[in-house]
Design a protein around this ligand. Structure first.
Ligand SMILES: *[C@@H]1O[C@H](CO)[C@@H](O)[C@H](O)[C@H]1NC(C)=O
Length: 279
């Protein structure tokens, strides 16, 4: 195992990077997961969340560096393992919050790849990069707090979901539990960039928008006019939101793992950076 980690670190040193610069934008915050192989992610930036049970998921989230670790090549690895029939995995929630700035474009993005196991051996895997309204931390319920799923994908399929959740459950403006979503294909499990932008340049909230991008190509958009209720729009476009990175196993969206499902690095989610930019 030590040799494997060492080789992984060596092979990834070539991939060490910072969040990119974008002309006209300032990088406000990033975690580029610099750290020694096997180190835990920064506790200044992230809470490791274990006490959560939602969506009929099977995994038990842990604080172990088997499930959550720096690769040593400036990436974070969230690795699902199965031991004695029990699945373990990891979930990080940022202490940092993004509040989209009035009059501006704001970007939240991450660069992500997946372990190289083929789709047929990832039944039940449900990695995600998403955001929740910070108001949930002070007692606001879901989905009133607002949720933006920047990328979810299930069962090793090369299809990403971007979804907005809001308002009330069931039904409401976001048609919960479905939300307002769209899918986009991606070519392979290698590095891709997943982004949302908030465009608050229009002083009229109805003309503002949230858009989803894969590798710079837009695949989904929701406008204030689509939402139609100013308070609901505010919950997802004018309010602080925190980042979540997790690898769920089983549950409502992917269904449960089967006999072909493999654990370990081949089924992981790996993150190069998470970043927040504004104009
Ligand atoms: C498990 O599910 C995958 C689809 O996600 C399928 O390709 C594979 O054949 C299944 N294996 C078994 C043993 O059912």
């Amino acid at each position: 195992m030590a040799a494997l980690v060492y080789l992984l670190a060596l092979s990834q040193a070539a991939w060490a990077w910072e969040a990119p610069t974008y002309p006209g934008f300032k990088l406000i915050w990033q975690d580029n997961f610099a750290g020694a192989a096997g180190a835990m992610p920064s506790s200044e930036n992230w809470d490791i969340v274990t006490d959560i049970s939602v969506n009929n998921e099977l995994q038990k989230y842990t604080t172990s560096n088997r499930n959550l670790q720096m690769s040593g090549g400036q990436t974070l690895q969230i690795v699902p393992w199965r031991e004695n029939g029990i699945w373990t995995s990891g979930r990080l929630e940022s202490k940092y919050t993004v509040t989209p700035e009035a009059g501006c474009l704001t970007i939240a993005e991450a660069q992500i790849r997946f372990g190289s196991n083929d789709g047929g051996s990832k039944q039940g895997m449900w990695p995600a990069f998403w955001m929740l309204g910070d108001s949930i931390r002070s007692g606001t319920g879901w989905p009133e707090c607002g949720e933006i799923d920047i990328l979810e994908t299930v069962n090793g399929e090369l299809e990403g979901f971007g979804t907005l959740h809001c308002d009330v459950f069931p039904g409401g403006v976001c048609n919960e539990p479905n939300g307002r979503g769209h899918t986009v294909s991606f070519p392979d499990q290698e590095w891709h960039t997943w982004r949302v932008t908030w465009d608050l340049q229009d002083a009229d909230w109805r003309g503002q928008s949230i858009a989803w991008f894969r590798d710079g190509e837009q695949f989904h958009e929701v406008t204030g006019a689509d939402i139609g209720v100013e308070g609901v729009w505010s919950s997802v476009a004018h309010s602080p939101m925190f980042f979540i990175l997790n690898m769920a196993v089983g549950g409502n969206l992917p269904g449960d793992p089967n006999d072909s499902t493999k654990d370990g690095y081949g089924s992981m989610m790996e993150v190069g950076y998470v970043a927040h930019y504004t104009q």
